[in-house]
Design a protein around this ligand. Structure first.
Ligand code: PLP
Length: 507
């Protein structure tokens, strides 16, 4: 068994391929290219080590070498030895860690670790973190300084200068007269609906593809959510589906700027004007996104935002709701504070809520706003990189770039032709995880989940179903390194190219 490494020197390959044993990553030079495709497909490894008849390292082969051989007109029955890159440049297995790091340099390509007979016994990979977070907070500014200030001055509740400063600066960023800081993005939605007096007997139109909080907030008021399909280009509320869903009971439309892509707002605003409906934008994921020059959340009558730790800016948990109308904003401010008359302490005008944000959280928010333009730029760079890497790959659909739409690119999300690649989206995610890439599925369709099924009526949701079944979000933290971005893109593109050949072989 020349291909089994001696057990006492076997080292698990690190990072990228550490779900595989070294034996999984070996292919014989006499094997066919089809054998190599099957191994690449099963392991999701970036390359295989090629060994000769004695089990000694002879070279390496990845999907690029197989494609190159095929481009030369050869078939998949060709011997691996005829297509590989000869001599994979392995190093002795007992090389110390510092030397290994030096040999590997900046390359993400694994180094073969060899025994005294030049037989591969392990792989060394530069320490790429096994999991690259989808979206993690970046707290490198004045966060600690401002929070310390709250503690030192004893202003930790919602009564504090950072709350007012955060609201003022956020209103300026959006270009709206009123911004109210609240405990999270869900209560921002509820407060907006409540401030407009939406309640039992009313209908609120919402997109089928969203995070459940959008619907939950409607349900908290006692109103009925009405689900509509999304558009194939924006992945957001489809204006064409909207007009059919309007009834005499409709009171509000709640478009969601999903993953930071603006909704096509003009037809929504026109319908709202015609039927005298309130427009509340769920911009939880879209701080900084803009539609035709207007910030998302400042287009309709109200906009809501989330500052959960993975959002464009964070306060840990937190949110903001914006209003254009002075009277509605004043009512929301009162409802946020237990429904208490602002001029008469402990006198309650309505049944209100405690939806306030603390000064501690607002302090973090102020520090985040100081860094926000940098976050925006970085998110765009990440999106531009992914777009460039997936541009020629017909199986990967990236967010549409539409004139006048300025995407915040909160998390870069794609839709993959899973059927064409012969796997489900969840299988695709499992393969990417094996290659060291963490992903998230796109949200499930609301009309499919038990608490929300009843709100589908007899409407159809072909677009949201297709997107939800085939969509996933890629690592998009502002702190992601260029090496990590390349690793994500390499893993996904290698996977697609390998699946193409694996499917051709199976056919
Ligand atoms: C579209 C959308 N709406 C609402 C929310 C709710 O925000 P929060 O988690 O701050 O309550 C989220 C949060 O993830 C969201 O993505």
């Amino acid at each position: 068994m020349p291909f089994d490494p001696p057990p006492n020197v076997s080292r698990k390959p690190q990072s990228l391929s550490n779900a595989n044993s070294i034996a999984d990553l070996l292919v014989k030079d006499s094997d066919s290219l089809a054998d190599a495709v099957a191994k690449l497909d099963a392991t999701c490894a970036p390359l295989l080590l090629v060994v000769d008849v004695d089990g000694k390292l002879a070279g390496r082969i990845g999907i690029a070498e197989i494609e190159a051989a095929m481009a030369r007109g050869t078939g998949l029955e060709l011997r691996v030895g005829a297509a590989m890159i000869a001599d994979a440049g392995g190093v002795p297995a007992d090389t110390d860690a510092a030397q290994l790091a030096k040999f590997a340099g900046n390359s993400a390509r694994p180094l073969a670790l060899l025994d005294g007979e030049r037989r591969p016994v392990g792989l060394y990979t530069q320490a790429t973190p096994r999991r690259v977070p989808i979206a993690e907070p970046q707290l490198g500014g004045n966060e600690l300084k401002y929070v310390t200030e709250c503690v030192e001055t004893n202003w930790i509740s919602s009564q504090g200068t950072f709350v007012r400063r955060f609201e003022k600066e956020f209103a300026e960023l959006l270009g709206v007269p009123h911004a109210l800081a609240v405990s999270n993005g869900t209560v921002a939605l509820h407060l907006a609906l409540a401030a407009f007096g939406i309640g039992p007997g009313d209908e609120v139109i919402v997109p089928d593809l969203t995070f459940a909080a959008t619907l939950n907030a409607v349900l908290y008021t006692g109103a009925t959510p009405v689900l509509v399909d999304v558009a194939p280009d924006t992945w957001n509320m489809d204006p064409a589906a909207l007009s059919d869903a309007i009834t005499p009971r409709t009171k509000a439309i709640m478009p969601v700027h999903l993953y930071g892509q603006p909704t096509e707002m003009d037809p929504i605003l026109a319908l709202a004007r015609k039927h005298k409906l309130v427009v509340i934008e769920d911009a939880a994921e879209a701080v900084g996104a803009a539609h035709k020059g207007v910030q998302c959340g400042a287009i309709g009558d109200s906009g809501t935002f989330s500052f959960f730790s993975n959002k464009m800016i964070t306060t840990g948990e937190g949110g903001m709701v914006t209003f254009k109308d002075d009277a509605v904003a004043a009512r929301a401010r009162m409802l946020r504070d237990h429904g208490m008359n602002p001029n008469k302490r402990y006198w309650h005008e309505e049944v209100g809520f405690n939806y306030r944000l603390t000064n501690l959280q607002a302090a973090i928010g102020c520090a985040q706003l100081e860094q926000f333009q940098g976050f925006r730029v970085r998110k765009k760079e990440i999106a531009t990189y992914y777009e460039s890497r997936f541009a020629g790959i017909s199986e990967i659909e990236t967010p549409a770039i539409l004139p006048g739409f300025d995407n915040s690119y909160w998390v870069f999300s794609i839709v993959v032709d899973c059927a064409g690649l012969g796997l489900t989206r969840d299988e695709l995610m499992a393969k990417l995880a094996k290659a060291g890439v963490d992903t998230r599925p796109l949200f499930y369709c609301m009309h499919e989940m038990p608490p929300y099924k009843a709100y589908a009526g007899n409407r159809a949701f072909p677009v949201s179903s297709r997107l939800s079944e085939n969509g996933l979000s890629l690592p998009s933290s502002t702190s992601i390194t260029e090496g990590q971005l390349a690793h994500v893109a390499d893993a996904l593109t290698n996977l697609v190219r390998t699946r193409r050949l694996a499917r051709a072989i199976a056919a």
